[in-house]
Ligand binder design. Structure first.
Ligand code: GAR
Length: 207
């Protein structure tokens, strides 16, 4: 049974999708053992609490620089004996010292089809604003392994979602979450826990 630690910063709908997948028996060989939030008081913490999942707050604003913050996260991940770390709406880019300690064992969900609308500065609603500005007809979501390159790690799963003429960023965000993120994130976690993800030459193969 793999220990899954979920990192959050906000509402936690992706965390909820993982909890639902766990409770429905979809994630067979893993268990969410801890939720770590970079912000106090966010609704994701309440979701963990509602399902008797341990949570911790390691507040980004209490640390001067990202290296000190990353060290604190690393200590917590080691304490939890994490086998898999999931960034589920986690809005802090951690130092590579964390990534190096968990190679191909950290995954992130991004609300666009990477390599579109990704990298530094592309997070949350911003991603959908840019997609609408560009006028793309399709967008979607990507789950990828985390490397030291922001949104640049090997891609595990992607799902496309239609953009409609009268979409606002909020409407598009909701559609991308419902039709893509909440589906592919639990799938990717489940595949990882069953040891079905193989990374070769920066590509992910599903066994
Ligand atoms: C999600 O859309 C997630 O893909 C995005 O933030 C939202 C968090 O929602 N993440 C990023 O933009 C990371 N670059 P949630 O807290 O309800 O899961």
């Amino acid at each position: 049974m793999k220990n899954i630690v979920v990192l959050v910063s906000g509402g936690g709908t992706n965390l909820q999708a993982l909890i639902d997948a766990q409770e429905s028996g979809m994630i067979k060989d893993g268990k969410i053992t801890c939720v770590i939030s970079s912000k106090p008081g966010v609704y994701a913490l309440e979701r963990a609490n509602n399902h008797n999942i341990k949570s911790k707050v390691i507040a980004r604003k209490e640390y001067g620089d990202v290296v000190e913050y990353s060290k604190a996260i690393l200590v917590a991940l080691n304490e939890e004996k994490a086998d898999l770390v999931v960034y589920a709406g986690f809005m802090t880019i951690l130092d590579e010292l964390v990534v190096k300690a968990y190679p191909n064992r950290m995954m992130n969900v991004h609300p666009a089809l990477i390599p579109s609308f990704c990298g530094k500065g592309y997070y949350g609603l911003r991603v959908h604003e840019e997609a609408l500005k560009k006028g793309v007809k399709l967008t979607g979501a990507t789950v990828h392994f985390v490397t030291e390159v922001c949104d640049g790690g090997p891609i595990i799963l992607q799902k496309a979602v239609e953009v409609l003429d009268d979409d606002t960023p909020e409407v598009l965000q909701k559609r991308v979450m419902e039709q893509a993120e909440w589906k592919i994130l639990p799938q990717a976690v489940s595949l990882f826990c069953e040891d079905r993800l193989e990374v070769r030459d920066d590509r992910v193969y599903i066994k």
